[in-house]
Design a protein around this ligand. Structure first.
Ligand SMILES: [Zn+2]
Length: 321
């Protein structure tokens, strides 16, 4: 009799959930969420608010390209109900960690539906489908997708929708909260996008040329009308080896030819390389940009909104001279 009752309750539970998502692990009734890196964690926090328990694997200032999860990280992955990741191979370590942790979490790539940029062999970013169109005549391009989607605010608005939809699917009881949080945050993102355009448009086209530590700003350049003319590592990942003396000399020549007053370094890569290149090219090294991670709490990059405002101010200030 008791067993029958349990079966009935279980059936009723399934019916009540309707065709919603399969059950997602919760602890104490709160959805356990993991985000792979600090910038993504900030987005998930803004949409999930106080309805989720959030853990971020690669924290402020950390480099998700080169991250190695600890046993504690593996435990967190194992306990998660939802796992938000960037996708586009930004987290090269994640698949192995996920398998090894035996996690049952639902994985959500927030880059889903975002048009990826691809890098050709010169590291120049362009639309991935454009690369496909020209693949016959340009067989050498490696077609590697640029993972740094958050550098265009319009992409991040799409990512916010992906986060909202995944949270609602996993935790329908709090759907109205997730919808309201996402709507409020999207309004802030739209204002941020307009503000970046305004500061970018104050520069002439000839001034909008970027040299950075690695190729992190492709989406920023594509959206706000800049050109990424070169980078210290000449790679979409900070895993790349330091450049040879000949490559440094070539980059220094490119910087001189572009006539820029400054080059940029990034918070997730040591500044020595770009410092040396700036010195050799006779240009300034601008204050560091927040590219692949938030800054520490209290810094100008402690949230996504702040880091993007900081970056455009640093860029406009350094190039507008
Ligand atoms: Zn990067």
């Amino acid at each position: 009799m008791i067993r029958k009752l349990f079966a009935l309750i279980a059936t009723a539970g399934v019916l009540a959930a309707g065709c919603a998502a399969p059950a997602v692990p919760k602890a104490g009734g709160v959805l356990q969420v993991v985000a792979t890196h600090s910038i993504l964690g900030d987005l998930v926090k803004n949409v999930g608010g106080d309805k989720i328990a959030l853990l971020v694997l690669v924290g402020a200032g950390g480099d998700a390209h080169t991250f190695e999860p600890t046993p504690q990280d593996m435990e967190q992955i194992a306990k998660a109900g939802l796992l938000f990741e960037n996708g586009l191979e930004f987290e090269g370590w994640l698949d192995a960690a996920f398998t090894a942790s035996d996690s049952k979490a639902q994985r959500v790539a927030v880059s889903a539906g975002i048009e990826p940029l691809a890098a050709d062999e010169e590291g120049e970013a362009h639309a991935a489908d454009e690369a496909d169109d020209h693949s016959a005549e340009d067989e050498d391009h490696d077609g590697e997708a640029d993972p740094h989607i958050w550098q265009s605010v319009s992409n991040w608005i799409l990512a916010a929708k992906n986060v909202r939809d995944a949270l609602i699917k996993a935790d329908a009881a709090n759907a109205t909260t997730y919808e309201a949080n996402a709507a409020a945050y999207t309004a802030e993102l739209e204002k941020l996008d307009a503000d970046i355009f305004a500061q970018a448009n104050a520069l002439s086209a000839a001034q909008r040329i970027l040299f950075t530590s690695h190729d992190a700003l492709g989406y920023f350049a594509a959206r706000y009308g800049f050109e990424v003319a070169g980078s210290g590592l000449a790679s979409l990942s900070t895993e790349a080896a330091d450049p040879s003396a000949a490559e440094v000399a070539e980059l220094v020549q490119a910087i001189k030819a572009a006539g820029v007053p400054a080059v940029f370094t990034e918070n997730t890569h040591n500044s020595q390389l770009m410092d040396q290149i700036a010195l050799e090219a006779g240009v300034s090294l601008a204050p560091e940009l927040y590219t692949d991670a938030l800054g520490e709490p209290g810094s100008a990059g402690e949230t996504y909104l702040k880091m993007m405002r900081n970056n455009i101010s640093v860029i406009a200030g350094a190039l507008g001279k």
